[in-house]
Design a binder for this molecule. Structure first.
Ligand code: SF4
Ligand code: SF4
Length: 204
């Protein structure tokens, strides 16, 4: 399920995400976060940069902080896993039309990247993850996650998605006792979305 608003944080300084990581760590340590999101919105001029109203900006920031905190809590369990999978969102493909040479496998269901564009984020992620021994799926939606996990019995999952999708998949992983790590989209909108490849590489 997508957010009800569109955001693009891809031009926000890298320091913003370092701050998210720090605050996420503090959230993981059970410190009070009540005003932190609002002060970060002011500090990094998130409303001016994205056009979001304050309540949507707070939702977005709190989700980013929560995801970071959950990554930290799950990290130790995750690093002990052996059979891992990377789940990528189809919305980060460079092309969403016939210019994308990915083949869709409805039985999985997943796209299989045809590697048509070296600057496609999905292509870069597939190459990096496969080198590290991950299976990779490019999903048309979060509802595919339980089917893939049940069929393949993965121990560790890295998922790239917007915050809303990640929250839903996180519940599935928790119910199935699978260790998860997430990489948030920094630009949503269900097409031409963006995630940070360096962040993904660190998580992998
Ligand atoms: S590199 Fe892969 S995912 Fe990206 S547009 Fe080409 S075939 Fe599609
Ligand atoms: S932004 Fe991407 S991951 Fe989020 S709901 Fe849309 S298609 Fe799914």
């Amino acid at each position: 399920m997508p957010y009800k608003f569109i955001f693009d944080l891809s031009r926000i300084p890298r320091f913003f995400f370092t701050e998210i990581a720090r605050v996420g760590y503090e959230r993981g340590m059970h410190k009070q976060m009540s005003k932190t999101a609002q002060s970060m919105i002011k500090k990094f001029k998130i409303q001016e940069a994205t056009g979001l109203n304050v309540s949507d900006a707070v939702v977005l920031l709190e989700d980013l902080i929560d995801l970071q905190a959950k990554n930290l809590v799950e990290r130790e369990k995750f690093v002990q896993t052996r059979k891992r999978v990377l789940l990528l969102p189809h919305c980060s493909r460079k092309y969403m039309d016939s210019r994308c040479h990915a083949v869709f496998e409805p039985k999985i269901p997943s796209y299989i990247c045809g590697h048509c564009s070296s600057d496609c984020l999905v292509n870069r992620a597939v190459v990096l993850a496969e080198k590290k021994g991950y299976d990779v799926y490019i999903l048309p939606g979060g509802s595919c996650v339980p089917k893939i996990l049940k069929a393949k019995h993965y121990e560790g999952v890295v998922g790239v998605a917007c915050g809303e999708e990640t929250k839903l998949s996180g519940e599935t992983l928790k119910a199935m006792k699978v260790a998860g790590q997430s990489v948030p989209l920094i630009k949503n909108g269900c097409a031409n979305t963006i995630f940070n490849v360096e962040t993904l590489l660190k998580i992998l």
